[in-house]
Design a protein around this ligand. Structure first.
Ligand code: AHR
Length: 520
């Protein structure tokens, strides 16, 4: 055997660090083709979800008409509405979730004093007095400028009940339900387009098999008529939980496509359903695990889409991710059935990466709903009596609203690794779009908990004349806004970039998210 010459060995050792750095520096390159793109990023990807759960509706959105402490319009909190409007919420889902399959809408109309009470069996066993009902919700959507997305009761309801609800909210002519609506003070129909046919039919919505639910769906959808003023109802089937691909397969196969506009998918980022961990006190391994769960959305969207492509190659049916977000233990001392949790920079990373995934798959993902808007799970707003704070997730949703209804641009990304022990995740997440005014927006997240990443973004197919940006970052992953310190985590102007011709080189601090606006 011939031994390597010592001088050659020394020379090799000397160039090894250079070679290694050359290897690592090739990551973090982004090429955006600004003159290409075919799919529009539906604004409905940026939807929200409000359930009769904990303090989402009562205390969060609605404080009652007689409240003298908190400013409101017809019982709806003015501060919450004004804050949400900044996000440009395209749609709002209601009344659940699991609650939807226990909800009888006629309990929530008419004089409030005469409304029956029910017990909210899914969420804390509290008494629901039905003081917030159909009129309150639909009027609130008008205040927000959001389209309502009503989730109909299939699990414990009846076909006639849903048919009546549609007639009540949508029929402009003379009919029993439209007349009842007028008696209750509303002349014009609300024109509700988006309808969920049950929720989690495989679980809290009735523990059905996919085959059984497909038949039930067909029956309900038959009687969910369009009252000619909505431009056609958009009917959404209760979809799979995470990687239940069989559910998607069966529904795509067994439901006639003329009856189906959207197929739902629910996926939560959770460490372990029996040991979820604190929302604010977590270590790096827990952060890494949550990010691994959140990034799984890429695979889920791809695989569910592949099944849908097989049956629906023209992509007529939308994949509707109508529940997503991080799920942790409730805040200490709060009702375990209320799902009230804080929201940190970790949640900002979930939001930024998930929204990039949805943007990048906007050919098929055309609607999604973050769970949930106020005081529940990955909320954008938290309230405590008259106080209100905006979470890091709120700031991401606001920074990203520039993508709504913009043209998705193809992105070529050479990613970097975020390594923890032997495990690795892609450190960077990117999406880009061009708005009606020709401005290109690029959203980039660096989920690495320790490394600043230098990223070069090259725009092809357009001149670059000006760049500006915003960044959301903070000193610690666990940082969050509290009622004592409401502005700890806030976006700021982003300056850590240089432009040379069409290439922008930026430094992305650990666990940060940047949105650039590039003008041609
Ligand atoms: O968002 C909380 C609950 O999670 C919803 O009610 C249900 O659909 C899901 O299991």
């Amino acid at each position: 055997m011939r031994l390597v010459q010592p001088t050659l060995l020394i020379a090799l050792l000397a160039i090894l660090p250079l070679w290694l750095s050359a290897q690592t520096s090739s990551c973090g390159k982004v090429i955006i083709n600004a003159d290409q793109g075919k799919d529009t990023i539906s604004r409905h990807i940026y939807g929200h979800f409000s359930e009769h759960l904990g303090r989402c509706i009562y205390g969060g959105f609605y404080v009652g008409e007689d409240n003298t402490q908190i400013p409101h319009k017809d019982g709806i909190r003015t501060d919450v509405i004004e804050a949400l409007k900044e996000l440009k919420p395209p749609n709002l889902r209601w009344p659940g979730g699991c609650f939807a399959d226990t909800y009888h809408w006629k309990d929530g109309i008419g004089p409030k004093a005469g409304r029956p009470s029910i017990v909210n069996t899914w969420w804390g066993g509290v008494t629901e007095d039905n003081s917030f009902g159909t009129h309150d919700f639909l009027n609130m959507c008008e205040l927000l400028g959001a389209e309502p997305y009503l989730s109909a009761n299939v699990g414990s309801g009846a076909v006639q009940e849903v048919a009546d609800w549609i007639q009540y909210v949508n029929h402009g002519g003379i009919s029993p339900m439209a007349d009842l609506r007028r008696e209750n003070g509303r002349e014009k129909p609300w024109k509700v387009k988006y309808w969920g046919v049950g929720n989690e039919a495989w679980g809290c919505g009735g523990h059905m098999t996919a085959e059984y639910y497909a038949n039930v769906y067909r029956q309900y959808a038959t009687f969910m008529s369009d009252w000619t003023n909505t431009g056609g109802l958009f009917r959404i089937a209760s979809g799979a939980s995470s990687s239940d691909y069989n559910w998607t397969e069966v529904l795509m196969r067994d439901i006639p496509h003329r009856m189906l506009d959207g197929l739902a998918l629910h996926h939560y980022s959770v460490i372990d359903w029996n040991a979820k961990g604190s929302a604010t006190q977590f270590d790096e391994q827990q952060y890494f695990t949550i990010m691994e769960r959140a990034l799984k959305m890429e695979e889920l969207v791809q695989k569910h889409s592949t099944i849908m492509d097989k049956y629906d190659p023209k992509k007529k049916i939308a994949l509707v991710v109508d529940e997503w977000g991080g799920w942790y233990d409730v805040e200490p001392g709060t009702n375990p059935g209320f799902l009230y949790q804080q929201n940190t920079m970790r949640d900002a990373m979930i939001a930024a990466t998930t929204l990039n995934i949805f943007n990048n798959h906007s050919g098929r993902v055309r609607m999604a709903n973050l769970a949930q808007t106020v005081n529940v799970l990955q909320a954008v707003i938290l309230t405590d009596e008259e106080k209100m704070i905006l979470t890091p997730t709120y700031h991401v949703m606001k920074m990203y609203n520039v993508h709504q209804d913009a043209l998705l641009l193809p992105v070529d990304l050479q990613n970097c690794d975020y390594a923890l022990g032997k495990e690795k995740l892609p450190a960077l997440s990117v999406s880009a779009s061009k708005d009606n005014g020709g401005v290109v927006h690029v959203s980039i997240a660096n989920i690495d908990s320790r490394e600043t990443r230098t990223v070069s973004v090259e725009l092809r197919g357009m001149p670059v004349t000006a760049v500006e940006g915003q960044i959301l970052r903070s000193g610690k992953l666990q940082d969050h806004n509290s009622f004592e310190q409401p502005d700890k985590v806030l976006p700021s102007v982003f300056r850590q970039f240089k432009r040379s011709g069409n290439t922008i080189e930026l430094d992305l601090p650990p666990f940060s998210v940047v949105v650039l606006a590039v003008k041609g």
